[in-house]
Design a binder for this molecule. Structure first.
Ligand code: MAN
Length: 351
Protein backbone atom coordinates (compact mmCIF):
# COMPACT_ATOMS: atom_id res chain seq x y z
CA UNK A 1 0.00 0.00 0.00
CA UNK A 2 1.27 3.42 -0.83
CA UNK A 3 1.85 6.49 1.26
CA UNK A 4 -1.03 8.79 0.27
CA UNK A 5 0.20 11.99 1.98
CA UNK A 6 1.12 14.82 -0.40
CA UNK A 7 3.92 16.56 1.43
CA UNK A 8 4.34 20.32 1.06
CA UNK A 9 7.30 21.12 -1.20
CA UNK A 10 8.23 23.78 1.40
CA UNK A 11 8.88 21.12 4.11
CA UNK A 12 10.11 21.40 6.73
CA UNK A 13 7.90 24.42 7.44
CA UNK A 14 9.60 25.08 10.77
CA UNK A 15 12.96 24.09 12.23
CA UNK A 16 14.40 24.82 15.68
CA UNK A 17 16.45 27.72 14.28
CA UNK A 18 13.27 29.57 13.25
CA UNK A 19 12.25 30.53 16.79
CA UNK A 20 14.10 32.03 19.74
CA UNK A 21 14.64 30.12 22.97
CA UNK A 22 12.87 31.33 26.10
CA UNK A 23 16.09 32.07 27.96
CA UNK A 24 19.74 32.59 27.20
CA UNK A 25 21.02 29.42 28.78
CA UNK A 26 18.84 27.27 26.51
CA UNK A 27 18.45 26.53 22.84
CA UNK A 28 15.58 24.93 20.95
CA UNK A 29 16.36 21.29 20.19
CA UNK A 30 13.01 20.34 18.64
CA UNK A 31 9.93 22.03 17.21
CA UNK A 32 7.25 19.44 16.84
CA UNK A 33 3.75 18.07 17.08
CA UNK A 34 1.55 21.16 16.71
CA UNK A 35 -2.11 21.37 17.66
CA UNK A 36 -3.89 23.25 14.84
CA UNK A 37 -7.02 25.40 14.66
CA UNK A 38 -8.69 28.26 12.80
CA UNK A 39 -9.13 31.54 14.64
CA UNK A 40 -10.00 35.01 13.31
CA UNK A 41 -9.55 33.91 9.69
CA UNK A 42 -6.04 32.54 10.13
CA UNK A 43 -4.50 29.10 10.58
CA UNK A 44 -2.91 28.75 14.01
CA UNK A 45 -0.55 26.25 15.55
CA UNK A 46 0.17 25.55 19.15
CA UNK A 47 3.59 24.07 18.63
CA UNK A 48 5.67 22.07 21.09
CA UNK A 49 9.01 23.79 21.71
CA UNK A 50 11.55 21.49 23.37
CA UNK A 51 14.57 23.22 24.89
CA UNK A 52 17.79 22.26 26.64
CA UNK A 53 21.24 23.72 27.37
CA UNK A 54 24.14 23.25 24.97
CA UNK A 55 25.48 19.74 25.64
CA UNK A 56 29.10 19.18 26.60
CA UNK A 57 31.25 16.12 26.02
CA UNK A 58 31.33 15.19 29.67
CA UNK A 59 27.84 16.04 30.96
CA UNK A 60 24.25 15.53 30.04
CA UNK A 61 22.20 18.53 31.16
CA UNK A 62 18.51 19.29 30.95
CA UNK A 63 16.07 21.85 32.35
CA UNK A 64 13.22 21.18 34.73
CA UNK A 65 10.72 23.61 36.23
CA UNK A 66 10.53 24.10 39.96
CA UNK A 67 7.13 24.54 41.58
CA UNK A 68 7.35 28.31 41.36
CA UNK A 69 7.81 27.96 37.58
CA UNK A 70 11.51 28.86 37.37
CA UNK A 71 13.84 26.81 35.20
CA UNK A 72 16.57 24.82 36.92
CA UNK A 73 19.31 22.91 35.13
CA UNK A 74 20.21 19.34 36.13
CA UNK A 75 23.70 18.28 35.12
CA UNK A 76 24.98 14.69 35.33
CA UNK A 77 28.43 13.43 34.35
CA UNK A 78 28.20 11.04 31.42
CA UNK A 79 30.53 8.60 33.20
CA UNK A 80 28.32 8.48 36.31
CA UNK A 81 27.54 4.81 36.90
CA UNK A 82 23.97 5.73 37.97
CA UNK A 83 23.18 7.28 34.57
CA UNK A 84 21.46 5.47 31.70
CA UNK A 85 21.35 7.70 28.58
CA UNK A 86 20.59 5.52 25.58
CA UNK A 87 17.40 7.25 24.28
CA UNK A 88 17.66 10.84 22.88
CA UNK A 89 14.40 11.69 24.66
CA UNK A 90 14.81 10.29 28.19
CA UNK A 91 17.55 9.65 30.75
CA UNK A 92 17.39 7.52 33.84
CA UNK A 93 19.39 8.64 36.85
CA UNK A 94 19.43 6.81 40.17
CA UNK A 95 16.29 4.96 39.13
CA UNK A 96 14.32 8.14 38.23
CA UNK A 97 13.38 8.99 34.62
CA UNK A 98 13.88 12.53 33.32
CA UNK A 99 13.28 14.09 29.91
CA UNK A 100 16.34 15.40 28.04
CA UNK A 101 14.37 18.48 26.95
CA UNK A 102 11.77 20.71 28.60
CA UNK A 103 8.75 21.51 26.42
CA UNK A 104 6.38 24.45 26.40
CA UNK A 105 3.69 25.39 23.85
CA UNK A 106 3.89 28.41 21.59
CA UNK A 107 1.25 30.05 19.40
CA UNK A 108 2.09 30.70 15.76
CA UNK A 109 -0.24 31.89 13.02
CA UNK A 110 -0.34 32.01 9.25
CA UNK A 111 -2.30 33.62 6.42
CA UNK A 112 -1.50 30.92 3.87
CA UNK A 113 -1.01 27.80 6.03
CA UNK A 114 2.64 27.63 4.98
CA UNK A 115 4.50 30.56 6.50
CA UNK A 116 3.96 30.70 10.26
CA UNK A 117 5.02 33.54 12.55
CA UNK A 118 4.69 34.43 16.23
CA UNK A 119 1.96 37.07 16.55
CA UNK A 120 2.35 39.92 19.03
CA UNK A 121 0.34 39.99 22.20
CA UNK A 122 0.00 36.25 22.83
CA UNK A 123 1.80 34.46 25.64
CA UNK A 124 3.68 31.21 25.61
CA UNK A 125 2.08 28.38 27.57
CA UNK A 126 4.34 26.82 30.19
CA UNK A 127 3.95 23.93 32.54
CA UNK A 128 2.78 24.99 35.94
CA UNK A 129 2.52 23.23 39.28
CA UNK A 130 3.93 19.95 40.54
CA UNK A 131 2.44 17.78 37.77
CA UNK A 132 4.05 19.73 34.89
CA UNK A 133 7.65 20.21 36.10
CA UNK A 134 9.06 18.26 33.11
CA UNK A 135 6.91 20.27 30.71
CA UNK A 136 3.80 20.16 28.57
CA UNK A 137 3.66 18.53 25.12
CA UNK A 138 1.71 17.53 22.02
CA UNK A 139 -1.44 19.60 22.50
CA UNK A 140 -4.67 18.73 20.70
CA UNK A 141 -7.03 21.67 20.16
CA UNK A 142 -10.76 20.99 19.94
CA UNK A 143 -13.30 23.69 19.18
CA UNK A 144 -16.56 22.80 20.86
CA UNK A 145 -19.55 24.97 21.78
CA UNK A 146 -17.61 28.24 21.21
CA UNK A 147 -14.72 27.19 23.41
CA UNK A 148 -11.25 25.83 22.59
CA UNK A 149 -10.26 22.76 24.63
CA UNK A 150 -6.50 22.21 24.93
CA UNK A 151 -5.51 18.70 25.95
CA UNK A 152 -1.80 18.05 26.36
CA UNK A 153 0.71 15.68 27.89
CA UNK A 154 1.73 16.87 31.38
CA UNK A 155 5.03 15.39 32.56
CA UNK A 156 6.66 15.37 35.99
CA UNK A 157 8.44 12.94 38.29
CA UNK A 158 4.95 11.75 39.26
CA UNK A 159 4.37 10.48 35.72
CA UNK A 160 2.94 11.29 32.31
CA UNK A 161 -0.72 12.37 32.38
CA UNK A 162 -3.15 14.62 30.54
CA UNK A 163 -3.68 18.27 31.41
CA UNK A 164 -6.46 20.47 30.10
CA UNK A 165 -6.93 24.23 29.69
CA UNK A 166 -9.76 26.05 27.94
CA UNK A 167 -9.91 29.44 26.27
CA UNK A 168 -12.15 31.54 24.07
CA UNK A 169 -9.66 34.26 23.08
CA UNK A 170 -6.18 32.65 23.34
CA UNK A 171 -5.16 35.34 25.82
CA UNK A 172 -6.78 34.11 29.00
CA UNK A 173 -6.94 30.44 29.91
CA UNK A 174 -8.77 28.44 32.49
CA UNK A 175 -6.79 25.50 33.84
CA UNK A 176 -8.68 22.31 34.67
CA UNK A 177 -5.69 20.50 36.16
CA UNK A 178 -4.99 16.90 35.25
CA UNK A 179 -8.05 15.28 33.67
CA UNK A 180 -6.48 11.82 33.26
CA UNK A 181 -3.76 10.55 35.63
CA UNK A 182 -0.58 8.66 34.57
CA UNK A 183 0.18 6.89 32.48
CA UNK A 184 -1.92 8.55 29.80
CA UNK A 185 -1.53 10.82 26.77
CA UNK A 186 -2.85 11.45 23.22
CA UNK A 187 -6.23 12.87 24.21
CA UNK A 188 -8.45 14.13 21.40
CA UNK A 189 -11.88 15.45 22.35
CA UNK A 190 -14.61 15.13 19.68
CA UNK A 191 -15.79 18.48 18.29
CA UNK A 192 -19.45 17.63 18.83
CA UNK A 193 -21.45 15.99 21.57
CA UNK A 194 -23.03 12.64 20.70
CA UNK A 195 -26.42 11.88 22.24
CA UNK A 196 -25.82 14.62 24.82
CA UNK A 197 -22.37 13.42 25.93
CA UNK A 198 -18.83 14.62 25.34
CA UNK A 199 -16.42 12.01 23.93
CA UNK A 200 -12.65 11.67 23.87
CA UNK A 201 -10.01 9.29 22.60
CA UNK A 202 -7.16 8.64 25.01
CA UNK A 203 -4.18 6.32 25.40
CA UNK A 204 -3.43 4.83 28.79
CA UNK A 205 -0.41 2.51 28.99
CA UNK A 206 -0.73 -0.68 30.92
CA UNK A 207 2.64 -2.02 31.96
CA UNK A 208 2.03 -5.71 32.54
CA UNK A 209 -1.26 -7.04 31.21
CA UNK A 210 -2.55 -4.92 28.32
CA UNK A 211 -0.53 -2.40 26.32
CA UNK A 212 -0.51 1.02 24.63
CA UNK A 213 -4.04 1.04 23.21
CA UNK A 214 -6.56 3.70 22.19
CA UNK A 215 -9.54 4.06 24.48
CA UNK A 216 -12.82 5.98 24.28
CA UNK A 217 -14.35 7.82 27.24
CA UNK A 218 -17.48 9.88 27.72
CA UNK A 219 -18.38 12.79 29.94
CA UNK A 220 -21.46 14.75 30.97
CA UNK A 221 -19.53 18.03 31.32
CA UNK A 222 -16.23 17.77 29.38
CA UNK A 223 -14.26 17.63 32.65
CA UNK A 224 -15.10 14.32 34.29
CA UNK A 225 -14.60 11.22 32.17
CA UNK A 226 -15.96 7.70 32.57
CA UNK A 227 -17.38 4.62 30.82
CA UNK A 228 -13.93 3.89 29.35
CA UNK A 229 -13.76 1.40 26.48
CA UNK A 230 -10.71 -0.01 24.74
CA UNK A 231 -11.34 0.37 21.00
CA UNK A 232 -8.07 0.10 19.03
CA UNK A 233 -5.17 -2.19 19.95
CA UNK A 234 -1.68 -2.76 18.64
CA UNK A 235 -1.30 -5.55 16.05
CA UNK A 236 1.51 -8.04 16.35
CA UNK A 237 3.75 -8.15 13.30
CA UNK A 238 2.34 -4.88 11.95
CA UNK A 239 3.67 -1.33 11.61
CA UNK A 240 1.57 -0.49 14.70
CA UNK A 241 2.71 -3.40 16.89
CA UNK A 242 4.30 -1.34 19.69
CA UNK A 243 1.90 1.50 20.43
CA UNK A 244 -1.07 3.32 18.94
CA UNK A 245 -2.40 6.77 19.86
CA UNK A 246 -4.97 9.24 18.56
CA UNK A 247 -4.05 12.22 16.42
CA UNK A 248 -6.29 15.31 16.43
CA UNK A 249 -10.08 15.40 16.97
CA UNK A 250 -11.93 12.88 14.77
CA UNK A 251 -13.37 14.28 11.54
CA UNK A 252 -17.13 13.94 11.14
CA UNK A 253 -17.97 12.40 7.74
CA UNK A 254 -21.13 10.82 6.32
CA UNK A 255 -19.56 7.37 6.83
CA UNK A 256 -18.51 7.90 10.44
CA UNK A 257 -15.93 9.63 12.64
CA UNK A 258 -12.62 9.46 10.80
CA UNK A 259 -9.52 9.39 12.97
CA UNK A 260 -5.91 9.65 11.81
CA UNK A 261 -3.74 7.92 14.40
CA UNK A 262 -0.09 7.10 14.94
CA UNK A 263 1.24 3.61 15.28
CA UNK A 264 4.79 2.63 16.14
CA UNK A 265 6.77 -0.55 16.08
CA UNK A 266 8.60 -1.75 19.18
CA UNK A 267 11.69 -0.16 17.59
CA UNK A 268 9.91 3.25 17.67
CA UNK A 269 9.28 3.75 13.96
CA UNK A 270 6.19 6.00 13.84
CA UNK A 271 3.72 5.88 10.91
CA UNK A 272 0.17 7.17 10.46
CA UNK A 273 -2.96 5.14 9.83
CA UNK A 274 -6.70 5.74 10.05
CA UNK A 275 -9.82 4.21 11.54
CA UNK A 276 -13.51 4.94 11.29
CA UNK A 277 -15.99 5.00 14.20
CA UNK A 278 -19.76 4.74 14.08
CA UNK A 279 -21.39 8.18 14.04
CA UNK A 280 -23.96 7.34 16.67
CA UNK A 281 -21.90 4.93 18.79
CA UNK A 282 -18.20 5.80 18.50
CA UNK A 283 -17.17 2.71 20.48
CA UNK A 284 -17.89 0.71 17.28
CA UNK A 285 -14.87 0.55 15.00
CA UNK A 286 -16.17 0.23 11.43
CA UNK A 287 -12.82 0.00 9.65
CA UNK A 288 -9.09 0.41 10.16
CA UNK A 289 -6.29 0.74 7.63
CA UNK A 290 -4.24 -2.39 7.16
CA UNK A 291 -1.20 -0.43 6.00
CA UNK A 292 0.09 3.02 6.95
CA UNK A 293 -1.27 5.99 5.01
CA UNK A 294 1.99 7.81 5.71
CA UNK A 295 5.45 6.51 6.58
CA UNK A 296 8.72 8.30 7.40
CA UNK A 297 10.49 8.42 4.04
CA UNK A 298 11.82 11.94 3.48
CA UNK A 299 15.27 12.91 4.82
CA UNK A 300 13.67 15.27 7.41
CA UNK A 301 11.47 12.39 8.64
CA UNK A 302 14.18 9.77 8.71
CA UNK A 303 16.89 11.71 10.51
CA UNK A 304 16.70 14.34 13.21
CA UNK A 305 16.43 14.49 16.99
CA UNK A 306 14.62 11.13 16.96
CA UNK A 307 14.51 9.68 13.46
CA UNK A 308 11.92 7.57 11.62
CA UNK A 309 8.96 9.49 13.04
CA UNK A 310 5.89 11.08 11.48
CA UNK A 311 3.44 12.14 14.19
CA UNK A 312 0.32 14.26 13.87
CA UNK A 313 -2.00 15.97 16.33
CA UNK A 314 -3.34 18.81 14.20
CA UNK A 315 -5.15 19.43 10.92
CA UNK A 316 -7.70 21.60 9.14
CA UNK A 317 -10.48 20.16 6.98
CA UNK A 318 -10.78 22.42 3.94
CA UNK A 319 -14.04 23.85 2.57
CA UNK A 320 -14.20 21.26 -0.26
CA UNK A 321 -15.02 18.69 2.45
CA UNK A 322 -12.34 16.32 1.14
CA UNK A 323 -8.93 17.91 1.62
CA UNK A 324 -7.22 17.58 4.98
CA UNK A 325 -4.34 19.96 5.52
CA UNK A 326 -2.36 18.04 8.07
CA UNK A 327 0.57 19.33 10.08
CA UNK A 328 2.97 16.87 11.61
CA UNK A 329 6.16 16.48 13.56
CA UNK A 330 9.00 14.91 11.57
CA UNK A 331 11.88 13.11 13.31
CA UNK A 332 10.75 14.84 16.56
CA UNK A 333 12.56 17.95 15.30
CA UNK A 334 10.65 19.69 12.50
CA UNK A 335 7.13 20.85 11.75
CA UNK A 336 5.90 19.80 8.31
CA UNK A 337 2.70 19.89 6.28
CA UNK A 338 0.92 17.47 3.96
CA UNK A 339 -2.42 17.15 2.21
CA UNK A 340 -4.58 14.07 2.44
CA UNK A 341 -7.85 13.29 0.70
CA UNK A 342 -10.71 11.88 2.76
CA UNK A 343 -11.84 9.87 -0.30
CA UNK A 344 -8.39 8.31 -0.61
CA UNK A 345 -8.36 7.47 3.10
CA UNK A 346 -11.80 5.83 2.66
CA UNK A 347 -10.33 3.79 -0.22
CA UNK A 348 -7.51 2.65 2.07
CA UNK A 349 -10.14 1.80 4.71
CA UNK A 350 -12.16 -0.04 2.06
CA UNK A 351 -15.43 1.73 2.99
C1 MAN B 1 8.19 9.76 25.08
C2 MAN B 1 8.37 10.66 23.87
C3 MAN B 1 8.93 11.99 24.29
C4 MAN B 1 8.10 12.60 25.38
C5 MAN B 1 7.94 11.62 26.54
C6 MAN B 1 6.98 12.14 27.59
O1 MAN B 1 9.41 9.42 25.59
O2 MAN B 1 7.14 10.85 23.24
O3 MAN B 1 8.96 12.89 23.19
O4 MAN B 1 8.74 13.77 25.84
O5 MAN B 1 7.41 10.41 26.06
O6 MAN B 1 5.71 12.36 27.07
Amino acid sequence: MKDIARRFPQNPLLSPKDLTATNQGLHIACLLNPGVFKFEGKTWMLVRVAERPQQSEIHVSFPILNITGETEIMEIALNDADLIATDARVVRYKGVDYLTTLSHLRLLCSDDGIKFYEPEGYSKLFGSGTLQTFGIEDCRVTFLESKFYLTFTAVSDSGVGVGMRTTTNWKTFESHGMILPPHNKDVAIFEEKINGLYYMLHRPSSVDIGGNYIWLAESPDGLHWGNHKCIVKTREGYWDSGRVGAGAAPIKTEKGWLEIYHGATKEHRYCLGAFLLDLNDPSKVIARTEHPIMEPTEPYEVSGFFGHVVFTNGHIVEADGDTITMYYGAADEFVCGAHLSIKEIFAALEV
